[in-house]
Design a protein around this ligand. Structure first.
Ligand SMILES: Nc1ncnc2c1ncn2[C@@H]1O[C@H](COP(=O)(O)OP(=O)(O)OP(=O)(O)O)[C@@H](O)[C@H]1O
Ligand SMILES: [Mg+2]
Length: 282
């Protein structure tokens, strides 16, 4: 794999002053190094200015962690990428989110297709009250897929990807809610993977899990980056350090600093980042 080299190359294009990846340096049209770009993002809930002039790029096959104190806008930003804020009353967005050359807020975008391309895993495992098999097959069924052996293949593959297959292969008809929390979360990740997304969004995916399940999910995220572009919100700074290539620190709706995870944790440029990662506030 040469993705490390690619990441390093991309990182060279970051601004030394701000340590923020600058989208304007790169024409989205003729350069596909960035899978996903957020440009000049401002977001509001009524009068509350929740995200302020955010610019960010996400290289393909990378893991980016969002960190920052409660209420600083991490989830709001994450939810923009699959338009989960669309239905919140009073929510307003300025700016562009570009996935593979396409502005996902373009009126021609079909939301169902977008949500297939941009999968989401939530804080609390949320399997449907259905069998394990039907949970993982859910997205494919929605797309109208009913071929039994095709579904079986896809379900098996997705469960293997999340390292759950051996644990559940004889119990696929069991209700997913009867699994442990860590197993349920892996079912939810398998459900997201089964439709072959491009991006996986995770909002504190391990905060409800015990340390063993957490470490399994962390390993999984580490492996999934070979095939996907992943964005994860986490309050667990060690976790961000372990699994992410890039870290973005938010504070009160501002992106304070973004850079390679190793640099953010060993040599932050901004005092507020330093205070946060050393536990002095937040
Ligand atoms: N549905 C909503 N309606 C109105 N305000 C909201 C809504 N969701 C979030 N906010 C506000 O937007 C700001 C950012 O919230 P957000 O949930 O994005 O923060 P966060 O960084 O994810 O916090 P946490 O770490 O606690 O999950 C907060 O001030 C919050 O109160
Ligand atoms: Mg949140």
């Amino acid at each position: 794999m040469n993705y490390t080299t690619e990441i390093m190359d991309i990182y060279k294009e970051t601004s030394p002053e701000e340590n923020v990846l600058i989208p304007d340096d790169i024409s989205v049209k003729d350069d596909r190094k960035y899978k996903l770009t957020a440009r000049n993002i401002n977001a509001f809930y009524g009068d509350l200015h929740a995200l302020k002039d955010i610019n960010m790029n996400f290289p393909q096959n990378s893991v980016t962690a969002f960190i920052g104190p409660s209420g600083c806008g991490k989830s709001t930003f994450l939810r923009l990428f699959n338009r989960m804020n669309d239905y919140i009353e009073g929510f307003r967005l300025e700016g562009e989110i570009i996935l593979d050359d396409v502005d996902i807020y373009n009126e021609k975008i079909v939301i169902e297709q977008l949500r297939k391309d941009v999968g989401m895993v939530f804080q609390k495992p949320n399997p449907f009250p259905k069998t394990i098999f039907e949970n993982v097959a859910y997205g494919l069924r929605i797309q109208g897929e009913n071929n039994k052996s095709f579904l079986q293949d896809k379900v098996e593959n997705a469960l293997k990807q999340v390292a759950l297959w051996d644990e559940v292969k004889d119990d696929l008809k069991k209700n997913a809610l009867s699994l442990s929390g860590g197993q349920q979360q892996r079912v939810c990740i398998a459900r997201a993977l089964a439709v072959e997304p491009k991006i996986i969004l995770m909002d504190e995916p391990t905060s409800a899990l015990d340390p063993i399940s957490t470490s399994r999910i962390e390993n999984l995220i580490f492996e999934l980056r070979e095939d996907y572009t992943i964005i994860i919100v986490t309050h667990n700074l060690q976790q961000a350090g372990r699994i992410s290539d890039f870290t973005a620190f938010f504070y009160l709706g501002d992106l304070i600093e973004m850079g390679r995870t190793h640099d953010i944790f060993t040599n932050p440029k901004n005092k507020r980042t330093e205070n946060y990662i050393t536990g002095r506030f937040g």
